[in-house]
Design a protein around this ligand. Sequence first.
Ligand SMILES: Cc1cc2nc3c(=O)[nH]c(=O)nc-3n(C[C@H](O)[C@H](O)[C@H](O)COP(=O)(O)OP(=O)(O)OC[C@H]3O[C@@H](n4cnc5c(N)ncnc54)[C@H](O)[C@@H]3O)c2cc1C
Length: 395
Amino acid sequence: MLDYVGLEADLTEEERLIRDTAREFVEREVEPDIGDHFEAGTFPTDLVAEMGELGFYAPNLEGYGSPNVSERAYGILMQELEAGDSGIRSMASVQGALVMYPIHAFGSEAQKEAWLPALGRGEAVGCFGLTEPGHGSNPSGMETEARRDGDEFVLNGSKTWITNSPIADVAVVWARLVDDGGDADGGSEDAPVRGFLVETDRDGVTTAEIHDKLSMRASVTGEIGLSDVRVPESNLLPGVEGMKGPLSCLTQARYGIAWGAVGAARDCFETAREYQLDRDQFGGPVARFQIQQEKLAEMATQVTTAQLLAYRLAALKEEGRLRPQQVSMAKRNNVRTARDQARVAREMLGGNGITTDYSPMRHMANMETVYTYEGTHDIHSLILGEDLTGIAAFE
Ligand SMILES: Cc1cc2nc3c(=O)[nH]c(=O)nc-3n(C[C@H](O)[C@H](O)[C@H](O)COP(=O)(O)OP(=O)(O)OC[C@H]3O[C@@H](n4cnc5c(N)ncnc54)[C@H](O)[C@@H]3O)c2cc1C
């Protein structure tokens, strides 16, 4: 596997073990069938529990069954899973960074005990409901509301583009907590954003699947409809209020994506190199042509640059010095790299490159989602622009 500047030489024994476990899992369980799943538009749900057994869900958390591995080990895990497919990495990212992380960081003791071990083992599946039909890049415009009624909350609203909602047992739903005492704040848009744990079998919850995706096909995506859904007060995440709740989850998930994209790009490189060495045209392997070598040289350079950024992010995260803007830079750069290089790899496979027999076009299609979710490429440009100039250009 491409590791051009020898980054893996510094891995600890634990990090190597995690890398090898994930690589072996991808080779054994993902690669043989993922093309069929992509064509069928299905997620291999039989892998959910095995991924839990192997410790793929939030192993970087501490306690409640999570081993608290290094941030680099977590990143390498995401890299290896996404070398298989972005849908597999998304399963681990959503479950770990978007569901277990907020429960771990903001949940009550009872919520942690009730959910973290089961989610970690893959016995329960979670999803993260932030995006709404009218509010994607600007989630702070959210309209989903929660109103207190005695010792319960009543939720109304709709979320869309939610990874895993149709197969989830619990949704982390972000909603505005509207004060029934009146509109003293001038309307619900000023009401504080709060996180709720919503079991999907509650009355009034619907989770219709979104079909017809041309990207991220081996992943389940759906809506969350909330119609007078009652949850007890104990389902409110007590430890956070405001947009910093969902945004801090996104920083965790974007960190994993910055790593994961390297895996997809690396797999494209490896597939293209191998193919070009095997494929004969004009009396020898196509890898002997300078035009092809230039593409491989560029691809290897881009993958290595993305790897370096991911490794540096891990070091900063481990030291507690990682800023969300730095994560934005890495997510933006590494996903663009994977998107661009998947296309080059696809062309290097000729006609065979457009089939599901080879990974690059599947990665290329997946990258359209990864480029868009967890903050679009444009939004990360604006985050960096604001950081670099002090001027916000969002509105
Ligand atoms: C397969 C898939 C899975 C997903 N999973 C989840 C999930 O689990 N949970 C969840 O909550 N969400 C999820 N999402 C939603 C995702 O995060 C949103 O699609 C994303 O935030 C973009 O929102 P939008 O689609 O509404 O696009 P819009 O916000 O409508 O953007 C449309 C275009 O306008 C651009 N744009 C928007 N605002 C600006 C601006 N200020 N300046 C310049 N350009 C701008 C965008 O970059 C984009 O190109 C998922 C999406 C997909 C496709």
